[in-house]
Design a protein around this ligand. Structure first.
Ligand code: UD1
Length: 367
């Protein structure tokens, strides 16, 4: 039996790790320890996903909670080291680019356990983004690097990573999307929110570069004030964003918008249903750029850059100039042109990425 620790910690990790844990279990040759760092801990940021995604309860929840990046990272490392020492894994597998990813990756590397990074090689080339630091560092200490798109291979090779360690396998987040699409179709979220298919936009915002910078947040809010005159906007608000807006002068302007529906963060199936039926999505998330590409829904990314360029070259994503005018113009362009009918699903985003990963891990172990 190959012993493997699978790490998850923050909301976008759960969809990725769900596909991997399922594939590991159905292979049969692995003894898996599922560790939740507790980076996200609210019912609607963490627990609901385990039930909905059919993820087994974590074997260990380290309950680190929120703190500054350094304190959070340090706490995860401190608590993960004894767990790893006790389990003596052949591999530690981390996903994505959150603080839990680098923290557990670093512990594994220091203890001499082989490290696997799923979603390796993505680069925004913006070192002010905390995730970019996490990506570069995790990749540099990983033994097996699984990538979702060609840019990932190119970036890793340029950084001097041994090509033998790099494998283009596709996208495990899309494995989970495809596995849950029909169940999401049964959600009654549209009725609950009082919106009609194709008639509304979905908003998500949580990046520090948008929500911690009041000038930038002001530009975004001004744009929403224009857009909501024409369509309803549904905005499931991330706790970080809620805290920032609550502390700011923008709270009153946001509450005054009649067509901006503020809701709590949604569960996976409800959110998937909401996105699938939207006219467009406005977001600063990484994963949502990928999900909208597969769903064929236009995505306006409220950022200066993306580490997921295939969602622009092949998919439905576009970067938006980050001014109030720029956002409104991009919205009008989508309304005029409609969805990008030339969009195609990127290579290997076919629901079988986790299967490929497990096959490669078992062959590497045997070989
Ligand atoms: C983290 C990830 C980000 C990812 C995002 C998805 C890092 C550096 N960032 O950002 O890449 O896109 O998750 O959501 O790892 N909070 C709660 N309840 C929770 C979790 C957070 O109230 O369950 C609040 C706390 O006030 C906390 C703040 O949100 O301080 C930020 O949480 P944190 O985990 O530090 O980063 P995110 O912004 O969620």
């Amino acid at each position: 039996m190959t012993r493997i620790i699978c790490v998850c910690g923050a909301r976008p990790n759960f969809m990725k790790i769900a596909a991997i844990v399922r594939a590991l279990r159905s292979h049969g040759g692995f003894e898996t320890l599922l560790v939740h760092t507790g980076q996200h801990y609210d019912e609607n940021m963490s627990r609901t996903f385990f039930g909905e995604l059919g993820l087994p309860q974590p074997d260990i929840n380290m309950e680190v909670g929120s703190a500054s990046h350094s304190v959070q990272t340090a706490r995860i490392m401190e608590r993960f080291e004894p767990v790893a020492l006790d389990f003596q894994p052949d591999y530690v597998l981390v996903v994505g680019d959150v603080n839990s990813t680098i923290a557990c990756g670093l512990v594994a590397a220091k203890l001499g356990f082989k490290l696997i990074h799923v979603e390796a090689g993505l680069r925004s080339f913006d070192r002010t983004m905390p995730e970019e630091i996490n990506r570069v560092l995790t990749d540099s200490i990983s033994d097996l690097l699984f990538v979702t798109e060609q840019s990932g291979i190119d970036n890793l090779k340029k950084e001097g990573v041994d090509p033998a360690k790099i494998h283009f396998v596709g996208n495990v987040m899309i494995d989970t999307l495809l596995a849950n699409k029909s169940a999401a179709g049964k959600s009654d979220v549209l009725q609950r929110l009082g919106v009609s298919a194709g008639q509304y936009g979905v908003v998500t915002l949580h990046r520090p570069s948008n929500v911690d910078d009041m000038m930038m947040l002001g530009e975004i809010v001004s744009a929403f004030e224009e857009i909501e005159k024409e369509i309803k906007l549904v905005f499931p608000m991330h706790p970080r964003t809620r805290n920032r807006i609550g502390e700011s002068e923008l709270a009153g302007r946001i509450e005054a918008m009649k067509n901006l529906l503020l809701v709590e963060p949604l569960g996976y199936l409800d959110f998937l249903c909401l996105m699938s039926n939207a006219m467009l999505v406005l977001t600063d998330s990484g994963g949502i750029q990928e999900e909208t590409t597969v769903l064929g829904v236009p995505c306006m990314t409220l950022r200066k850059n993306t580490e997921r360029p295939v969602t622009i070259s092949d998919g439905t994503n576009r970067l938006v100039e980050m001014t109030s005018d720029g956002i409104v113009k991009a919205y009008r362009r989508i309304r005029q042109t409609g969805p990008n009918t030339k969009a195609k699903t990127p290579k290997f985003w076919d629901g079988r990425a986790a299967e490929r990963i497990v096959k490669i891990i078992s062959e590497t172990r045997d070989g």
